[in-house]
Design a protein around this ligand. Structure first.
Ligand code: SF4
Ligand code: SF4
Length: 148
């Protein structure tokens, strides 16, 4: 009796383990086309043109690294959280955005300089972003037909 309960328990553990592994594999496989597309678009970083709409300054929380903080402080800028990890926001936008223009353009943080791209394992990657007209322009510019 006890042996059969133990066997059932083991069967359940093995079944659960296989289920989790299969699910993880399925999710990874589903994401592969998106990753390939993102890395291929990343190669077009040089062709990206910012259309200065300011959406990324309104919609994102801007994270800072030590170098960003140092550069901004050298320029006498303030406007970080106490932890120096994020730029403060004012009325739902970055505090450095004034009249739809970045007032710290020369020393803007790395994530702003690199947006909408990200560096992953040393390669540029373009994630799926819906609010950047520059990305729309890049996509319209023949990615699907010319570089597929
Ligand atoms: S959302 Fe895109 S186009 Fe608009 S300011 Fe940011 S990078 Fe430029
Ligand atoms: S630092 Fe400049 S570019 Fe970056 S979010 Fe603020 S206003 Fe926009």
């Amino acid at each position: 009796m006890i042996q059969s309960v133990i066997n059932e328990g083991w069967r359940f553990v093995v079944f659960f383990y296989k289920f989790v592994i299969s699910l993880a594999l399925f999710i990874v496989l589903m994401k592969i086309p998106m990753w390939i597309r993102g890395f291929r678009l990343g190669q077009r970083k040089g062709k990206f043109q910012c259309l200065m709409c300011g959406n990324c300054c309104r919609l994102r929380i801007i994270e800072l690294d030590e170098e960003d903080v140092e550069k901004l402080k050298k320029q006498g800028r303030q406007g970080f959280t106490d932890s120096n990890r994020f730029i403060l926001r004012d009325r739902g936008r970055c505090v450095f955005l004034k009249n739809d223009k970045c007032t710290v353009h020369e020393c803007r943080p790395r994530v702003c300089r690199e947006f909408p791209f990200q560096k992953i394992f040393g390669l540029w990657f373009l994630p799926k972003i819906t609010f950047c007209p520059g990305v729309d322009r890049l996509l319209e510019d023949g990615f699907d037909s010319k570089t597929r």
